[in-house]
Each structure stands twice: as structure tokens, then as C-alpha cells.
Design a protein around this ligand. Structure first.
Ligand code: G6P
Length: 493
């Protein structure tokens, strides 16, 4: 399948993430179907390295114990996935509440707020309780599958309490932790009421990884300022025991994209789109519908560009793919209405009987459709207000061949640290600047080969291994193995 189990001789790896790489849903005939989950974490870990991999995570649905659930469990097991089931109330408070209304926001520099729930002063307390419980339930499943010598790699902000629980049961377990979001400045992190509990648990891991050096640095200063521990160049020290902290920038699997470009279905798709959009420049945004992606900012800049450049009005279109995400969380519902309103306004104002400036889709595309779209796009717009890495920017670049695609990239995306040199970097809050960047990018995209070369994270030989996903996973895991050996030696002495 998509997430291959590798040869049995290799090392066993247990990947634990809140969400499995596939999410379950029921089709019209009431049968379980599995769909590839959205988001950077899944793209990142798909088919990771030379390990015998077991995935543990939430399948994305609530379902009571019983024959139906057994059916789903069996379907997941056959693909190498072990589901963690949470009841609806726990999941709502843990996932929608603590993870996505509190941690996700704070880690992306959105301050805690107290407006809507003022009457429910104990809300955070309930959410925290559910969060602890959820982590406990995840830990139970990990412990069921764990064998001595396994590597356990815990992913992301949902599971920061896991390292402590796991080590408490199995002090010699090799535990890695990776955060896929930014880790914010300690000045914002310290507002979190449970700031110490999370840090202390994560520090129980042997190795903690981040996408950029800045996030690692912020984490270390949170540990020194809030816990009073000592930060060293290689991590955080507590009473002589060291937790390694380092940056491991993630990449993609470029071959998956370049190979897809050769497929007849994708080629046909490309031809169709080129024909459909003939005579116009195509700009593209591909984002989960999330406030961190800066979709309103992108739309406002496009509106301003159309307003100031009448000559471009019927010569350019923006395709915005807004993949629905966390649809039960009120902030996400409000964002959706706002985006729809702005899209409607722009199309109403600048559309004609034969031309619509924005094609807005509220859905996930198939992989082949996405590759075709990347391939024909003249200018891609990544306008994140904060973003752990942002792999859409890498994917777009991987799909540029003879097409002279240009990337406009927010300086607040982790990817700006690696792709920055080949992209037009912008502050998405500066609508004027962003609108000018659009004009400049559209002109650049006419100049062909020369700039396309500058935009690729590769030399003439090929894509730089630095930007490949397997390098990321391999480096993290070999470093984890080394770190663990050192720690074992220390405890023996
Ligand atoms: C981001 C997070 C992931 C998450 C993904 C999709 O990439 O870092 O942990 O899985 O968004 O969000 P969801 O809430 O649907 O899992």
C-alpha cells in the first residue's frame, strides 16, 4: 500500500501521532473507507525509511465498541495501523478543545483568549483533564505493542504528555519526540497555565526535534526560564541528565512528484487545465482551511492587485484549494465564512460573464489532480502567518520543470529558512507588499528557465538530499539511537 511495511530484518519503529495517516469514514452503503489524511505531518511521514513501522493513532471517527468497530480495527490492522479510540466527549475536549483551541493557537502566536467561554471558567480545566486522559489512552496502546529495543517516535503537540508516561513504565525505552509546529518564544509560551507539565514530560524523551533552529532555541529558553534548568548547545540539562534538542528540517519525496508528472493520467489532466485556462496566468494556493495559513491576507492582496491593475483583470486567475479541517472548532467555522465572503466579494466585483478571478474549492484534491495543478501554476502563494515548515512550497517547487513557476513564500513559514533564497519572501500582513510581490512574480514567470533554476533547491545534478524526507527520518532516528546509547552509558557509570 501507500505506507509500505519494510523487510522484517530492519529495526522496529513505532510511530505515534494523534491522527493516523488514513482517516476512516462510512460510504453511502455504510461500509468503512479509508482516506489519506490531510496535513503536513502525514505527508512528512508517509513511507518513512528502512524500518519495520507500526503506526498508532486516532482514525478520525467516534465509534462505540462493538462489531462495527471491530470491522474498522481489522481494516486498519491489515494496513499496519493500530487505532486508538477516544469517546466523543474526551475527544472533543482534548482534540477540539485543548489541542486545537489552545495549544495550536498559542504555538502559532495566537494568545490565549477568554471571550466566548467566560461563563465556563472551568473549561480549560476540563480540557486539560481530557488531554491527560487521552495521552494515557495512547500510552496504553503503545505499551501493548512495545517490545524491548523498539524505537518509539512520538509526533506533535497532541502527545506531549506521552514521553513521561512511557518512560515511567519503561525507563529504558528509546523515545523520540518531534514537534511539527513552531515552538513559540518563551514570552508567549509562558502564558500557558500548564506550561511546566508539558515541558517536564517532553524532556523525558531522549531526543527532541524541531523543524528549525529557532524553534529549538525557543524551546530551550522556555526550559531555562520556566523550569530553571540549564540550556547547553546540545540540549537541556537537569541534574546531570541531558535531553538532546536539535533541528531536523523535514523534506519531501521529490521522485513521487516527478514520477507522477510522467503518468498519462496526469499528463491528460495538465493538457486539460492548460486548455481551460489558456491565455491567463494561473496563481495557486493550497492550504488546510486554517487561520495560520493567512488565506484572508492572500485574498485581500489579490483584491488590491486587481484593483490597482485593471490591465491584469482578465489575464490572471487564482485557484484556492481550501481543504476542510477541524470543522467542529468555532474559530475554523468563522474563518470559513469570512473566506467565503471575501471570495464572493472579489468575484462579484471583478468577474465578467466569461471570467471568474477566483476558483475556490472547499475540498481535498486527489494526488494526481494536485500534481497537475502544481505543474501548470505560474505563481504559487504560501502566505502563512506562522507555519512549522509548510510542505506545499516544496511540493510546488518539485513540480516545476520547463514551466517557470515562481514561489511567493511567507517569511513566517519554516520553509523560508531553506527555500528562501529561491522564493519571493513576503510578510503576509503587509497587503501592499504582497500585492506588489504578485505583480513582480507574474512578470518573473514570463522570463522562463533562468529563474526557474534559481528557484529549485537543487544543483545541476539533482534535488539536494538535504530536502528529502528520508534524510530527515534517517537522521533523526540514528541520532536517537546514539543519544540513547550515551544515556545508557551514563546511567551505568
Ligand atoms: C498539522 C499538524 C498535524 C495534523 C495536521 C492536520 O500538520 O501538525 O499534527 O495532523 O495539521 O490536522 P488534523 O487536526 O486534521 O489532524
Amino acid at each position: 500500500g501507500m505506507f509500505p511495511q519494510l523487510d522484517s530484518g530492519s529495526q522496529r519503529l513505532i510511530v505515534v501521532a494523534n491522527r493516523l495517516p488514513v482517516s476512516a469514514y462510512k460510504d453511502r452503503s455504510g461500509r468503512w473507507q479509508l482516506q489519506v489524511s490531510a496535513g503536513g505531518l502525514v505527508s512528512a511521514l508517509m513511507g518513512v525509511g528502512n524500518f519495520q513501522t507500526k503506526w498508532i493513532g486516532w482514525p478520525g471517527v467516534y465509534i462505540e465498541a462493538g462489531p462495527e468497530r471491530d470491522e474498522l480495527t481489522a481494516a486498519l490492522h491489515s494496513e499496519g495501523y493500530s487505532p486508538v479510540y477516544l469517546d466523543q466527549k474526551t475527544c472533543d475536549l482534548h482534540y477540539n478543545g485543548f489541542c486545537n483551541s489552545v495549544l495550536w493557537q498559542l504555538f502559532h502566536y495566537v494568545p490565549l483568549n477568554i471571550d466566548s467561554k467566560l461563563s465556563e471558567t472551568r473549561m480549560l480545566q476540563f480540557q486539560w483533564g481530557a488531554h491527560q486522559l487521552a495521552n494515557k489512552i495512547f500510552a496504553d496502546v503503545v505499551l501493548q505493542h512495545y517490545q524491548d529495543g523498539d524505537i518509539v517516535w512520538v509526533q506533535d503537540y497532541h502527545l506531549m504528555l506521552l514521553p513521561a508516561i512511557l518512560k515511567e513504565h519503561k525507563p529504558r525505552m528509546k523515545v523520540g519526540f518531534f514537534l511539527h509546529t513552531p515552538f513559540p518564544s518563551s514570552e508567549i509560551y509562558r502564558t500557558l497555565p500548564v506550561r511546566e507539565e508539558l515541558l517536564r514530560s517532553v524532556l523525558k524523551a531522549d531526543l527532541i526535534g524541531f523543524h528549525t533552529y529557532d524553534y529549538a532555541r525557543h524551546f530551550v529558553s522556555a526550559c531555562t526560564r520556566i523550569l530553571g534548568l540549564e540550556g547547553t548547545p546540545s540540549g537541556v540539562e537537569d541534574n546531570g541528565s541531558l535531553t538532546r534538542v536539535a533541528a531536523f528540517p523535514i523534506g519531501i519525496d521529490p521522485d513521487r512528484f516527478t514520477e507522477a508528472l510522467e503518468m498519462p493520467e496526469v499528463k491528460a489532466n495538465i493538457a486539460q487545465l492548460l486548455n481551460r485556462y489558456a491565455g491567463r496566468k494561473v496563481m495557486l494556493g493550497v492550504d488546510r482551511l486554517d487561520m495560520i495559513k493567512g488565506i484572508p491576507q492572500k485574498l485581500l492582496a489579490f483584491e488590491k492587485f486587481l484593483e490597482e491593475h485593471p490591465e491584469w483583470r482578465d489575464k490572471v486567475l487564482l485557484v484556492q484549494i481550501a481543504v476542510p479541517s477541524r470543522t467542529d472548532v468555532p474559530e475554523y467555522q468563522r474563518l470559513r465564512s469570512m473566506v467565503h465572503e471575501v471570495v464572493g466579494r472579489i468575484n462579484g466585483q471583478y468577474g465578467t460573464l466569461t471570467h471568474v478571478p477566483i476558483y475556490h474549492l472547499d475540498r481535498q484534491l486527489s494526488f494526481n489532480e494536485l500534481v497537475a495543478l502544481y505543474a501548470i501554476t505560474d505563481v504559487a502563494l504560501v502566505t502563512s502567518l506562522r507555519d512549522g515548515m509548510n510542505l506545499v512550497s516544496y511540493e510546488y517547487v518539485a513540480c516545476q520543470r520547463d514551466n517557470a513557476g515562481v514561489l511567493i513564500l511567507s517569511e513566517f513559514a519554516g520553509a523560508a529558512q531553506s527555500l528562501g533564497a529561491g522564493a519571493i519572501l513576503v510578510n503576509p500582513w503587509n497587503i501592499n507588499d504582497l500585492s506588489q510581490a504578485i505583480e513582480y512574480a507574474l512578470m518573473m514567470s514570463d522570463h522562463g528557465e533562468a529563474c526557474y533554476k534559481a528557484l529549485r533547491p537543487h544543483n545541476d545534478v539533482g534535488w539536494s538530499p538535504l530536502y528529502e524526507r528520508h534524510t530527515w527520518a534517517d537522521t533523526f532516528i540514528s541520532e536517537l539511537n546514539d543519544t540513547h546509547v550515551e544515556a545508557e552509558l551514563r546511567t551505568k557509570n
